[in-house]
Design a protein around this ligand. Structure first.
Ligand code: P6P
Length: 333
């Protein structure tokens, strides 16, 4: 198989980016390379999960009270190990950890970044071979370098994110990440084991005709949400703005489609999730940052998600994100 050498690998792309950032130390590039390495290792297990006894439930529950799938635990352990060895991260906060973990070692303590992580999003879909993903956010630590990181480093507003991204383990494995310079997507080329740029400079379409929500909770949503869903359903037939419903139950998959094709993703508050279900720190803030950097919009119903001051690592929030025009319509209802 001829390899197109004009397609930049993630590492080559980062080297070129560094040329535009004279003050950059290369530490963020090293951290992104480590995240990509951990993703490749998780990808191997995800791809063969159906063949090996790594499927299924561990019988444990995480801090969310949700069943922990074996792949969840494996992914969390893999990202922790790679990020600790990579010495470009002072510590992580993860959906699978009750509290943050500080990599209290001299070289890690010298790192200026911390990572927030959902190591395996959508794990309930593992056993039925529907796309799952990893979500990450990178903050510059607020505590001083040279000492162990602290909780304040992880409880930062999303607007402080230096970078955010996700990996989708689907028909192909993609890594998409955003910085304030833009959003770029890389597809894993298994023939060389490298993420290679496949979606440069991603922009979320200004409008879309897909809405993504758990319709099964319709009667538990508030009036405004139901009114918006009704308006999407009424646009039918030949109407050019006719909407389709697409919902996989994996945030990464639904948000990846929304980012590339346009549309709106909604996870509203319900009677049994009065603060919503999705987690602010390591699910909603990273995707809100990515969407905003791609020209989309994200809110918790009224305010920009990125402006919320997190009070706890695992706090939840209602979440609405997507094409700029669809979000304006939703917010005006
Ligand atoms: P529901 C997966 O468990 C997850 O956290 C997100 O990936 C997904 O968007 C959401 O929950 C699905 O929740 O209640 O519709 O099954």
């Amino acid at each position: 198989m001829m390899i197109n050498r004009n397609i930049l690998t993630l590492e080559e792309f980062r080297k070129q980016e560094l040329r535009f950032l004279s003050h950059a130390t290369g530490e963020l590039s090293n951290l992104l390379r480590d995240i990509a390495l951990a993703a490749k290792r998780v990808n191997v297990e995800v791809n063969k999960a159906g063949l090996e006894d790594i499927l299924g439930d561990t019988g444990k529950t995480n801090v969310q009270g949700e069943g922990v799938q074996r792949l969840d635990e494996y992914a969390n352990a893999e990202f922790m190990a790679v990020l600790r060895r990579g010495i470009s991260c002072a510590g992580i906060a993860s959906e699978e950890l009750d509290d943050f973990i500080c990599f209290d070692e001299e070289l890690c303590n010298q790192s200026k970044y911390v990572v927030v992580l959902d190591p395996l999003d959508g794990s309930s879909n593992i056993d039925v071979n529907i796309s799952i993903g990893t979500i990450f956010g990178i903050y510059r630590r607020k505590s001083q370098k040279g000492i162990p990181c602290s909780k304040e480093d992880f409880l930062q507003k999303g607007e402080n994110l230096v970078a955010a991204g996700y990996i989708i383990y689907g028909s192909s494995t993609m890594l998409v990440y955003a910085t304030r310079r833009g959003v770029n997507g890389f597809t894993l080329d298994p023939s060389i084991g490298e993420f290679t740029i496949s979606h440069p400079d991603i922009k979320c379409p200004k409008n879309g005709n897909v809405y993504s929500v758990n319709q099964g909770n319709y009667y538990n949503y508030d009036h405004g949400v139901k009114k918006f869903i009704d308006s999407c359903q009424k646009k039918s037939g030949s109407d050019s703005s006719a909407c389709s419903l697409r919902y996989t139950g994996t945030m990464v998959a639904d948000m990846h489609r929304t980012l590339l094709k346009g549309g709106i993703f909604l996870y509203p508050a319900t009677a049994d999730h009065t603060k919503g279900k999705l987690r602010l720190v390591y699910e909603c803030n990273p995707f809100a940052f990515i969407l905003e950097m791609a020209g989309g919009k994200a809110t918790e119903g009224e305010n920009n998600i990125l402006c919320i001051q997190p009070e706890s690592l695992h706090q939840r929030t209602p979440f609405f994100a997507g094409s700029y025009q669809m979000m304006k319509s939703f917010l005006s209802d």
